[in-house]
Design a protein around this ligand. Structure first.
Ligand code: NAP
Length: 528
């Protein structure tokens, strides 16, 4: 049941005076529950508990952490319809989407459970000593990954489950051995509290230390700012806008002890359509892209906001077909009046840029908070000269850029900010003639898709969800898939430690039977 309170470790608390409600954008009314914003003393208490919990949680075995993560997944499923209905009432998204996202969240939790249960993820590396080595004896060195400490997680408005309270950041950091304090997203505070209650139940059932998880409500930025500045916090996970992610990154760097902020932010996801592909598949492409641009009312970080092609009659025809197709699709509710408002503002700002042509906008009457889709087009030269046109319009909006030749196309790609994805639409071997374009794309994005759409992020180890800044603040890491655990750990070396004081991962016997790099060879063998 939703209480509107904060979870400070295992206890519910609401000592503050500031309250707020979530909003049902589909019905255009406030939801009934009242949430109490966390106070400074509640923030301090949550961090103090997390620091204390870290002392034991960092030493919990992989099997114990796996039991915790699986129990979280079970408890989320047990929330059943209450969770789904709350999700829908706080986002305007349909039930199918809620269930799909819950499935993904459960899968992520179980994937991390499997990873830590098996144990080899710690990258145990051992170089045994050579006491007789001349001129100096060689020491015994053993290295593995260890957790950073308490982590603060900020979730995104558009993924209340998979990128929020028990989403990818939380699952990965708990798997690593880091306690979590979630700064709950104000637009889905009820969904957040229900998921938090599931995490707390799982923690109690599996004997995790009190403080391994806290959930703090907040309707403005102050709670998040205090958390990022708190000396007890050792890392931050953020999914959201470039403005928000950058503000938190700057704040974390200005601390006396700077800490890492892994921010996954907005993107316009360029799609390059090569000429032969356009000639062969214009019809199919316009239908496919109309759907991709409007999916979830365009509220995906991988939404295709920029389509690049070589100026031609075929590109003009494609743009017209895309414009016709997109207005055939019924608009849907956006997540919140503020998101809808921002969409309308950013769309108008784009429309007002000199040289931009609006090819189509959905014009019929729609309900409040429904996003009207739009297709625009611009010459390559105009796009290059005006960086306002490079900014994300979060919603069902896309811009077709007509490049004068392959050289201009390459130049435009290389001038883009860092992106989560790039897509290349090519006919047979056509792409082989565009190595410069492909290289430019690889340079600016985290993942290149051949002949597909960027929307849809598979949760597998080979996924890279991130990219050069500002797609993320650290392009060396992914936010999706098991390798995202690497954001929450640091390598640590043990030199000449007595065998009995080493962690199991590094003992000669290899009691966990994990795969280790021993004297340059990968093996599961024990050391004699
Ligand atoms: P947002 O406005 O940046 O909010 C995200 C969270 O950060 C909220 O909890 C917000 O708190 C907090 N926040 C924002 N600015 C802050 C600041 N200056 N100081 C402290 N806290 C701050 O983003 P959103 O509207 O929820 O999400 C939409 C954006 O997320 C889009 O740009 C989308 O592309 C991106 N996104 C990216 C990914 C990815 O994986 N890369 C995934 C999903 C979404 P308050 O609301 O209380 O201010």
């Amino acid at each position: 049941m939703i209480t509107g309170k904060n979870y400070i470790g295992n206890e519910l608390s609401s000592t503050g005076n500031t309250t707020y409600k979530t909003f049902n954008p589909r019905l255009n009314i406030e939801n009934e529950f009242v949430f109490t914003e966390a106070t400074t003393s509640e923030i301090d208490e949550a961090v103090a508990l997390a620091i204390k919990a870290y002392k034991t949680f960092k030493n919990n075995t992989g099997k114990e952490k796996a039991a915790f993560l699986n129990a979280i997944a079970d408890e989320i499923l047990a929330l059943d319809d209450e969770l789904i209905q709350t999700y829908c009432s706080e986002t305007g998204l349909p039930e199918g989407r809620a269930k799909g996202e819950r499935g993904r969240t459960i899968f992520q939790l179980r994937s991390f459970a499997d990873l830590v249960y098996e144990g080899s993820w710690v990258e145990a590396t051992i170089d045994t000593d050579e006491p007789e080595r001349e001129p100096m004896p060689k020491p015994d060195l053993r290295k593995m990954l260890i957790p950073l400490g308490p982590v603060v997680v900020f979730g995104a408005s558009n993924f209340p489950l998979a990128y929020s309270t028990a989403g990818g950041d939380t699952a990965a950091a708990l798997a690593a051995g880091c306690p979590i304090i979630v700064k709950s997203h104000p637009m889905h505070a009820g969904t957040g509290e229900l998921v938090a209650s599931a995490i707390i139940k799982a923690a109690v059932k599996t004997n995790m230390p009190n403080g391994v998880f806290s959930n703090l409500n907040s309707s403005g930025i102050e709670v998040g700012v205090q958390l990022v500045k708190h000396p007890g916090v050792k890392a931050v996970g953020f999914t959201g806008s470039i403005r928000g992610g950058r503000a938190l990154f700057d704040l974390a760097s200005q601390r006396e002890e700077p800490i890492p902020v892994f921010a996954e932010m907005g993107s316009i996801n360029p799609v390059v359509i090569l000429p032969e592909a356009l000639n062969e598949r214009s019809d199919l492409l316009s239908k496919t892209y109309a759907k991709s641009i409007t999916l979830g009312s365009g509220q995906f970080c991988t939404n295709p906001g920029l389509i690049l092609g070589l100026k031609s009659e075929a590109l003009t025809n494609f743009t017209r077909e895309l414009a016709n197709e997109i207005v055939k699709i019924e608009p849907s509710s956006m997540l919140h009046p503020n998101i809808f408002g921002a969409y309308e503002r950013n769309k108008s700002k784009a429309f007002n840029q000199s040289g931009l042509n609006v090819v189509s906008v959905y014009e019929s009457e729609v309900d409040a908070n429904f996003g009207r889709q739009a297709i625009t087009t611009v010459e390559g030269k105009t796009f290059l000269e005006n960086t306002t046109l490079h900014q994300e319009v979060f919603g069902p909006f896309s811009m077709v850029v007509q490049c004068k030749d392959a050289e201009e196309l390459e130049k435009i790609i290389s001038k883009l900010e860092g992106q989560l994805t790039g897509t290349l639409i090519s006919e047979n071997n056509e792409a082989e003639n565009y190595n410069g374009v492909i290289d430019a794309l690889k340079n600016r994005v985290g993942r290149v898709i051949f002949n597909g759409v960027p929307t849809g992020v598979e949760v597998v180890p080979s996924m890279l969800h991130g990219g050069p800044y500002p797609a993320s603040t650290d392009s060396r890491f992914t936010a999706v898939g098991i390798h995202s655990i690497k954001r929450w750990v640091r390598p640590f070396s043990y030199q000449d430690w007595p065998e009995n004081m080493l962690p199991d991962e590094l003992k000669n016997e290899n009691p966990l039977q994990i795969s280790r790099l021993v004297n340059g060879k990968q093996s599961t063998d024990k050391i004699n």
